[in-house]
Design a protein. Structure first.
Length: 277
């Protein structure tokens, strides 16, 4: 295991473990319920920046140590900030980290246990996929402190239907894992003792696909969803043509038509002419 900070492994606020093309980033502030301090967000950002160009990693998992996945921002740190400027810097830092989860080429899976509240719920919502233990509870609970969860709202409203999102945001009430699945916040809910296995199975299922096709798809998904129908189809047409001309699709389609096993997918450390275009 390699830590994502310059401290010793037991003290680092973020840990990284790479295995067979899957990179796991583990939030490591268990005594603070993995609250998103500026130090922790900076460590996550450093890793996401590194992953942007890391062609050896096919899937990223966000996990956490301790009793909670993430309890949101570090309120003690926020309370100590003097004036508007440091608060603006904090939330801009958080927004950059969240959008980076969407912009890196690898799919990102949240492995969720305990609770995920406020910015912790935002973190789950911002990941491409999420697997949760049955006992997990989710909330956008800032409203209970007189603070509307404005930045978490951005991610939550891109996952949940409006009425369900607004109820969470207005009341600050917790929802359980199965309700979160029904709302669209998480993909799978499993017993706690199967959480690692279920997360790894999902990650492995994606990692075994053509990495270039997955990259094409993730980039397109987030571009087209913000567009009108005609523009979305224009983007999709451009993407599927580029994908079809790539050697993975060429080989995969030929193998399917010839009733042959799928070929080995291209190693992304290689570069072809269509990757440059």
């Amino acid at each position: 295991m390699t830590d994502a900070a310059s401290q010793g492994a037991n003290e680092a606020v973020l840990l990284r473990d790479d295995r067979d093309g899957i990179a796991t980033l583990t939030l490591n502030r268990p005594d603070k319920f993995n609250a998103l301090s500026t130090e922790l967000m900076a460590a996550v950002q450093d890793q996401l920046d590194a992953l942007m160009d890391d062609r050896t990693v096919k899937v990223v998992v966000i996990a956490a140590n301790g009793r909670a996945f993430c309890a949101g921002h570090d309120l003690q740190e926020m309370k100590a900030m003097d004036g508007r400027a440091p608060l603006e810097a904090l939330f801009k830092q958080c927004s950059k980290m969240m959008t980076s989860l969407t912009r890196i080429p690898q799919p990102v899976i949240a492995r969720v246990h305990g609770v995920a509240t406020a910015a912790g719920c935002q973190l789950v919502a911002q990941c491409d996929l999420a697997v949760a233990a049955e006992q997990v509870r989710f909330a956008t609970s800032g409203i209970n402190l007189g603070l509307f969860c404005a930045t978490p709202m951005v991610a939550v409203t891109r996952n949940l239907p409006r009425k369900q999102a607004l109820e969470m945001l207005y009341t600050g009430d917790f929802i359980d894992a199965e309700t979160a699945r029904q709302y669209g916040l998480v993909n799978r809910v499993v017993p706690a003792d199967r959480l690692d296995r279920a997360t790894n199975e999902l990650a492995r299922a994606i990692a075994d696909k053509s990495p270039r096709a997955i990259q094409f798809g993730k980039e397109l998904f987030y571009k087209q969803i913000e567009e009108g129908l005609d523009a979305a189809y224009d983007l999709a047409t451009e993407t599927i043509v580029a994908n079809m001309l790539h050697e993975d699709a060429q080989g995969g389609v030929a193998a399917f038509l010839d009733k042959q096993p799928m070929p080995a997918w291209q190693d992304l450390t290689k570069t072809t002419e269509d990757d440059k275009t």
